[in-house]
Design a protein around this ligand. Structure first.
Ligand code: HEM
Length: 483
């Protein structure tokens, strides 16, 4: 295509530099942008990818010409059932999205707020138990809380009451984001030889099902065989849904909203034969499963980064506490708090959590700027270069934490932590509400302080999302305690 880019190696393309970068692959893309400009090409295996950090071009792709780019690049090892949700080539996702979108409407979120606040009260109880003079890793508690919120909000499982039910879910969700040799090897095969994907995916799928069966039916083998956490989660999500339908239980949660928003057909219904406003049973469980995974690690990681920023920016924290103190328990006022909103945006600008999922695949040939894009072309976004661009975020240096920069209207494609356009993150409002409520509860009671290890242990790593590697070490000071 005549685009510049790093020289690819035979068979591997540029995968080695990308996946072994000392920080993470997003930093590698930003280095290439520095060398080759705002549009260049690189190869994952022999698959060409166009990387863009020009916001005007991205606006064309993500918004103006969205009908040519409604698909995402399939994840390696992604099974067919989830393809429709994450990377569909047709517009299956559009039907599902139009059914699911109302689940995250303003009125539903108001109901969710009550559940979220209950889980946050439990977080505060845990924080109260911390010794104020001793530094601790707050990210563990934030992960638990985020999991509790998603379990409660997605299917009404209250971990405080049903520990035996919620604990395995928590453990499996944690495992999804941990390193697994077996999965990594197959992922590498899938990246380097995508033509044989049917083989890698089937091998992965069927060995996972066999491991799950052995795990459940031959307990003696549990010490030697571990189940694939994704297969385990999907299977148990299906079970919960079946129970709910069987007993006609009604609750205030995302699952209930989804059941109400649709009529569930039998398992045999193929997506192409479904009428516009239906979800079949598999689609229902896949969506709930995606909410769990999409909503747990990302939101917990956002709260971890926020704790780090709070501990290392005392003036900004004091300003935020001032703003929070001025409102009571009024929900309408909470969502209008300006500085709180800027504070979160600025943190996610500096530390975007899931940059790699923001990509598109062209599904109809078209012209973007001077470039003719053919069907099947993969486009990825260099989010770091955009988020740290002087022209988009100046005049105050984009390296500085400065929430007030959002007082000014910025380019619509300059802030991308939740993606952009009609296919952006469906849980964005849910996540922002959860984060805001968490900050309000925590900062009303405590000031987050830094300790000896806050900066020295801070490091990032990439396990699908980019997250702090060694936790976030902080101290807490009760605001009502004498200094
Ligand atoms: C701070 C928290 C979160 C971050 C940073 C985040 C980030 C993202 C990003 C970057 C995308 C891709 C968007 C694009 O391609 O334009 C995405 C998609 C998605 N997210 Fe989130 N997310 C968060 C929370 C949540 C929550 C709480 C849920 C559900 C309860 C959720 C469910 C999803 C789903 C289902 C998709 C796929 C949407 C589609 O393809 O139509 N996310 N998320």
């Amino acid at each position: 295509m005549g685009l510049p880019g790093p020289s690819p190696r035979f068979f591997f393309g540029n995968s080695i530099e990308l996946f072994t970068h000392e920080r993470h692959s997003a930093a590698c893309l930003a280095e290439w942008t520095n060398r080759f400009g705002k549009i260049y090409g690189y190869f994952i295996g022999h698959t060409p990818i166009i990387c863009i950090s020009d916001p005007d071009l991205l606006q064309e792709i993500f918004i103006t010409k969205f009908s040519h780019f409604h698909s995402r690049r399939p994840l390696p090892l992604q099974q067919h059932d989830l393809r429709h949700l994450l990377a569909s080539k047709d517009d299956e996702w559009r039907r599902q999205r139009s059914i699911i979108q109302p689940t995250f409407g303003i009125n539903k979120l108001k109901e969710m707020r009550i559940i979220m606040n209950k889980c946050l009260n439990e977080l505060i109880e845990q924080l109260d138990k911390q010794n104020p003079d001793v530094e601790f890793d707050i990210s563990h508690l934030l992960k638990r809380t985020s999991m509790n919120i998603i379990l409660n909000c997605a299917f009404g499982i209250n971990p405080a009451k049903h520990e035996n039910l919620s604990e395995p879910f928590f453990q499996r969700c944690v495992q999804v984001f941990e390193f697994s040799l077996f999965q990594t090897m197959l992922t590498i095969c899938s990246i380097l030889l995508p033509e044989l994907n049917f083989l890698w995916v089937s091998y992965f799928k069927y060995t996972s099902i066999i491991r799950l069966w052995l795990h459940d039916h031959v307990p003696f083998l549990n010490r030697f065989i571990d189940t694939d956490p994704n297969t385990w989660l999907l299977f148990h999500v299906e079970n919960i849904i079946k129970q709910r339908q069987l007993h006609g239980i009604e609750r205030v949660d995302l699952l209930q909203s989804m059941i109400e928003a649709t009529t569930i057909l039998q398992k045999t219904s193929s997506p192409s034969s479904l009428p516009k406003h239906y979800l079949n049973q598999d689609e229902l469980s896949n969506n709930i499963y995606l909410f769990m995974l999409g909503g747990y690690e990302t939101t917990a990681t956002a709260l971890s980064y926020l704790s780090f920023i709070l501990a290392t920016h005392q003036n900004e924290q004091a300003y935020l506490q001032d703003e929070i103190d001025r409102i009571g328990d009024d929900y309408e006022q909470l969502i209008k708090l300006e500085y709180l909103d800027w504070f979160i945006r600025e943190t996610l600008r500096l530390y975007p959590i899931a940059p790699f999922i923001v990509n598109r695949q062209c599904n109809k040939e078209c012209q973007i700027g001077d470039l003719k894009i053919e069907e099947g072309t993969n486009i990825t976004v260099d989010m770091h270069s955009i988020h740290y661009d002087e022209q988009l975020y100046g005049p105050v240096s984009p390296l500085k934490f400065y929430p007030e920069r959002f007082r000014e209207k910025r380019h619509p494609l300059a802030w991308l932590p939740f993606g952009a356009g009609p296919r952006n993150c469906i849980g964005m409002r849910f996540a922002m509400l959860e984060i805001k409520l968490a900050l309000v509860q925590i900062l009303r009671r405590y000031t987050i302080l830094s300790g000896e290890h806050t900066l020295s242990r801070f490091a990032e790593h990439e396990r699908f999302v980019i997250a702090p590697k060694n936790g976030i070490w902080v101290r807490l000071q009760r605001r009502d305690s004498p200094m």
